[in-house]
Design a protein around this ligand. Sequence first.
Ligand SMILES: *[C@@H]1O[C@H](CO)[C@@H](O)[C@H](O)[C@H]1NC(C)=O
Ligand SMILES: *[C@@H]1O[C@H](CO)[C@@H](O)[C@H](O)[C@H]1NC(C)=O
Ligand SMILES: *[C@@H]1O[C@H](CO)[C@@H](O)[C@H](O)[C@H]1NC(C)=O
Ligand SMILES: *[C@@H]1O[C@H](CO)[C@@H](O)[C@H](O)[C@H]1NC(C)=O
Ligand SMILES: *[C@@H]1O[C@H](CO)[C@@H](O)[C@H](O)[C@H]1NC(C)=O
Ligand SMILES: *[C@@H]1O[C@H](CO)[C@@H](O)[C@H](O)[C@H]1NC(C)=O
Ligand SMILES: *[C@@H]1O[C@H](CO)[C@@H](O)[C@H](O)[C@H]1NC(C)=O
Ligand SMILES: *[C@@H]1O[C@H](CO)[C@@H](O)[C@H](O)[C@H]1NC(C)=O
Ligand SMILES: *[C@@H]1O[C@H](CO)[C@@H](O)[C@H](O)[C@H]1NC(C)=O
Ligand SMILES: CC(=O)N[C@H]1CO[C@H](CO)[C@@H](O)[C@@H]1O
Length: 796
Amino acid sequence: MLLLLLLLSLATVSHVSAARVTFTTNATANINACPVAFYGQVYKTLYVNLTDSNVAFCFKGPYRPGSKNDCILLPKGAVTRGYLDTAQRTYRPGSHYHRGLPQLTGSSTCEAYVVTLNGNSRAGVFYFAQFGEQGALSARLYSAWSSSPVEAIVQVDDVKVDDWKMIPGHTNYTDISGCRHSGALFLPKTGKCESEDSPVTCNASAVLNTTPCGSGEICQGDGQCVLNATCTVTGSTVIDLGGKVVSVPDRCAYTLMSESGVHLQAVFQDRRRKDVRFLDHVILHLNNPGVNFHLGQGGRVQLNDTKLSLSSTPVEHHGVQLSKDQTGVTAKLVHSNYNTSIFFDGYTAQIHMTGPSGKTLWGLCGDSSRSLGDMKVSAYSSDDCEDEHEEAADSQINCKTVTERCNLLKEDPFTSCHKRTNPEPFITACTNTLCKYPAVDGLNCQFLEAYARACSLQSKVTLEDWRSKASCPSPRAFCQDKFCSAHEFCAEDISGGTSCYCRAIFGSKYRSTNTFGEPTVCNQSSASLTLVGCLLEEKSIDYSALHLNDPNCRGQQDSKTHMVTFSFNSSNVCGTVVKADSKQVVYKNAIMNRDSSGPITRHDQVNIDFSCFYNQPDIETVAFKIKDSSVVEEIVSGAWKYTLTMKAYTDAGRTQAVESSTEIQLEETIWVELKTDGLDDKLVAVVTDSCWATNEASSSGSLRYDLIIKGCSNPADQTVKVQANGLGTSNYFSFNMFQFSGKSGDVYLHCKLNLCVKKKNSTCAPSCSGGKRGRRSVRTTYEDVNPAFITMAWTN
Ligand SMILES: *[C@@H]1O[C@H](CO)[C@@H](O)[C@H](O)[C@H]1NC(C)=O
Ligand SMILES: *[C@@H]1O[C@H](CO)[C@@H](O)[C@H](O)[C@H]1NC(C)=O
Ligand SMILES: *[C@@H]1O[C@H](CO)[C@@H](O)[C@H](O)[C@H]1NC(C)=O
Ligand SMILES: *[C@@H]1O[C@H](CO)[C@@H](O)[C@H](O)[C@H]1NC(C)=O
Ligand SMILES: *[C@@H]1O[C@H](CO)[C@@H](O)[C@H](O)[C@H]1NC(C)=O
Ligand SMILES: *[C@@H]1O[C@H](CO)[C@@H](O)[C@H](O)[C@H]1NC(C)=O
Ligand SMILES: *[C@@H]1O[C@H](CO)[C@@H](O)[C@H](O)[C@H]1NC(C)=O
Ligand SMILES: *[C@@H]1O[C@H](CO)[C@@H](O)[C@H](O)[C@H]1NC(C)=O
Ligand SMILES: *[C@@H]1O[C@H](CO)[C@@H](O)[C@H](O)[C@H]1NC(C)=O
Ligand SMILES: CC(=O)N[C@H]1CO[C@H](CO)[C@@H](O)[C@@H]1O
């Protein structure tokens, strides 16, 4: 009694109903004033039956064993009669109901109750209260009912859903909450999947939820929506986890998915056409440890920069399981609560993710509300990746036929996939690509294959054989184990095999100028020409069949870039033909096919000329005072550059250079060295044709004194001695210092030089015989035309 008083004191008693209903056998009470929430159903009538053996409280009608009713049953015990009523009382959180049933959340404003009696003694009290969607029963038996514990049973639709033991003298709190959906009962904290995407759940506070799973989610177990979806990247189309389509507009790198330190990035590139992009490779980056997995073309997988060799048996690196079969490469990993599997066959990447629902993942596969620019990864994007490239439409493509083929996805057997995998994004990707780009390199089946794979990953349906209907071969990664370099892509060639072709944008600069490669590089007497391997492959030219004039000089192919380089130099001339004219000394060679033995050839004839040349020095007279010590002219106009220096010395060993401070006496012997730097002495010689002095800066000044004439010393001046002329790339001469009679001004020394091509059976050395010139035992080949002048001057 003390407890009851306490309970009543907690409740705010506002009003005591006068509509009390008493019973001895049965009663029907209108409890409109305080309806009872009983396992998800709200009842406004309470039926009480006192049968021979039971006390029954029912809600759908009077108690009848075996009839579908919602009832609470107790053994009758010593109960003889009772009454029902409602009362307006408020119970807020903290009330005895809330303490007895901590899961109660709301407040109650009334109670419906039954009091059973044994004669005049209380046998039991039952209070029903409604807290929002929740219902609570507070019940207490007294010894007047029974002296031993009594079992109470709850039935919903005649099915037992709960029971509890009541010990006389104790109060029991019972949660009589639940949810009903389509006539079925769901107890709090239970649920189920009505179909793949329709969960029914009843939460702890008995709120029914039948919200369908979001896109990409699937209903699992007791009604949980979990992410179980595929993101497909094929061509330049991304079909995200929710089935929305994003078209990548350029050749940059984008984040597909980024979650808890795991980033998946995709790089797009052009292939046969400049205006159509394809997924080229995907990069899986883990923050911890900082590693990159590069899933590339041809099934190549690199960890950082190390190539991994993979098989169908998965190997694990840094928690990523990698495997490879003939269909492609797969990487699987578990990160935070997600399980991710990435498949790549060279054209299509499919990322299957399972994990918690509701969270939006960053990246093209997840949050498609973000702008594309936000998802760009500059680290993997080339500087010009955003450049737009246009190209004339391919007139061979019939978009109508293509669309019909793409629309196969709307038909059987693909219809069995439609429920879970919408075919429209795949049809869009298919038509967008194939209305512009030729259906070569296996593309004809690529989009159907991608759809079939997405279907098998995210639904349990088995797709009937579609390949025979669409004439597609069994899945096989395209160009598996064929490795092309970054500016190339693997393609079907005309002979039915696969070759590395040049990407359209890379190749266009060569195609537009009709060249096979880079211009000739002339450097330090060597010449080289680099041809682009993929351009040769496109023309079915075998680089190993190409050679220079000398058939033993072949191209070297770089194994990474596939560039083919031909070169010659002074020690390895490769049949180079040398020609000199007044302006240049030209070294000419050509790249050609192997001399064909038969009368026909199946390949284009190749004849690529390449040449390097030395420009003859320009006529350029600069007056320098002797104070400047030496005169240096750099001859840069030619492809091969060299310098020409004129320097004066006071000793025969040419160690004591005439400096600005050096005093030169008349009759003192001066050695003048004419030296070149940058010429190859195996190829050319420098010939001093003539040297003369004038009293003014102009080399054609009227007052002229000859020191060297036609390569030989002036026979009139015995002090002039010419050394090593025409033998190498330097020579020198000596003379005794003089001055012009009657003049006290500057003396200018001018020399005229020629480059001479070294040839067999001829010499560049002028023949000078004891002052008498003329008789030549050997032909002298240095050219007398277009000489170089170099002038040195000094003041008296
Ligand atoms: C319960 O009471 C109703 C009348 O209200 C009666 O028809 C029914 O037979 C009773 N049930 C039992 C089991 O006695
Ligand atoms: C009913 O109350 C008694 C006594 O407090 C307790 O032993 C019993 O477990 C309770 N039953 C339920 C189902 O709460
Ligand atoms: C049950 O769902 C309702 C409605 O969504 C919510 O207000 C309530 O907090 C939930 N109860 C629990 C225990 O989560
Ligand atoms: C991979 O490269 C990153 C830097 O790019 C480096 O920090 C990391 O240690 C490398 N990991 C391995 C396994 O080589
Ligand atoms: C992830 O995979 C593991 C086994 O590798 C499995 O136990 C777990 O349930 C999976 N989790 C999800 C969210 O699919
Ligand atoms: C994802 O869904 C597919 C198809 O319903 C199912 O076979 C697979 O087990 C699911 N995966 C997970 C981890 O729930
Ligand atoms: C020219 O050749 C030299 C030596 O052979 C080399 O060091 C240099 O890099 C070359 N220059 C160019 C531009 O190729
Ligand atoms: C000339 O070419 C040959 C063969 O290509 C090479 O071995 C040699 O080092 C080159 N010599 C010079 C001076 O460049
Ligand atoms: C060079 O001279 C030799 C003998 O004097 C002769 O046999 C040879 O044919 C000559 N070669 C050329 C290219 O003139
Ligand atoms: C079947 C039965 O016992 N019905 C009784 C229900 O209660 C009313 C009055 O309370 C009686 O008149 C009925 O006989």
